[in-house]
Design a protein around this ligand. Sequence first.
Ligand code: HEM
Length: 399
Amino acid sequence: MTQDLQIDFTDPAFQADPHPVYAHWRRTGPVTRTRLPSGLTAWLVTRYEDARRALADPRLSKQSAFSVGSSATANRPSGPAAVLSRHMLAVDPPDHTRLRRLVSAAFTARRIEELRPRIEEITHDLLDAVEGRDRADLIDTFAFPLPIQVICELLGVPADDRDAFRAWSNVIVAGSQSGDRLEPAIRAMVSYILALLAERRAHPGEDLLSGLIHVRDEGDRLSEAELSSMVFLLLIAGHETTVNLIGNGTFLLLAERERWERLRAEPALLPTAIEEFLRYEGPVETSTFRVATEDLEIGGVTIAAGDPVVVVLLSANRDGDRFAGADELRLDRTQNAHLAFGHGIHYCLGAPLARLEAQVAFTALLNRHPGLRLAIPPEDLRWRPGLLLRGLETLPVRL
Ligand code: HEM
């Protein structure tokens, strides 16, 4: 089917629960052309098998997302944003391979596991800070600062800058829904990253940032724009995603108390529970967009060369043709090849880090706050705007 569907993505009802809309699309128009909040018209891919194939299809280009197709060029970054857009998630091989290889050693499961003691320390410090309080916003006090602090330490970003960075980052990932605030946030982010690089160039350390500057200055493996873009991508990815895994997961556990109690009684279920949070209410709603480099077919629909394509990860992960009882949250689900971290060459580099942070965070919450509960009714919670990420604005809890 090739119908054009219109939906108001900014409608709070859609933001509160987009799943019924996606279920309808999977049934009636699994590959659907629609106008995104950014104004760009793209094909949305909503079924699991189509999604998985599309994510691994080399004819769907990232690079072209910024160069081919009249509609896509509207999104080509210009001005200050250009120095943030030469990262691995915006390019194809061989550039992608080169850029990813430069940092992949720092993100292997083994290297990440070495961070466990430090992640535990940060987690407990954050929980110590709310100790004795009756209520707290778990997003603001815990789910956000934990991954931010970890990625900042890994990269070597000073603690003082984190609040400003977080504010710009929030505005940037909400994209066009941030309205007039978007351009100033991009400009502020660019100046910040350039100043950070200049400072670290003058005073190198042992961190990843210094390592990348060294690679840049010692050879021709990394351009200056690729360096600033890499820092931007790692910081944004570290800021904006794991927060939703911790936030959405905690919400799902507290919204139905028996889930929380079961996980307390059977902590060995935590790894499968985390995978199930990723599948059931994943932190990333849609993939970044790709562009067809030639006419191709997805799910029986012809996509013309130049057309942008977006994979709806949230929808693919609820596809009943792939997951038994797809709309049920099963903490012990073992067959769970979800697409929450993407698929193919752009599969999330930070997946081992995100999984470890979530493990440490949920273990600490379950042990230190056995009586944790929502402080407001679930239906009063607000979800963040924008189609890219799926997460709560706040999560008020009683400690
Ligand atoms: C639960 C948390 C996370 C989720 C759900 C997530 C999800 C994703 C997804 C879906 C993609 C692919 C997007 C696409 O193909 O369009 C991706 C790519 C990426 N993620 Fe994550 N991510 C998470 C955490 C992190 C963290 C903590 C980092 C840390 C640095 C990170 C770094 C990256 C990078 C660098 C890429 C680009 C990889 C490439 O292009 O080869 N992510 N992530």
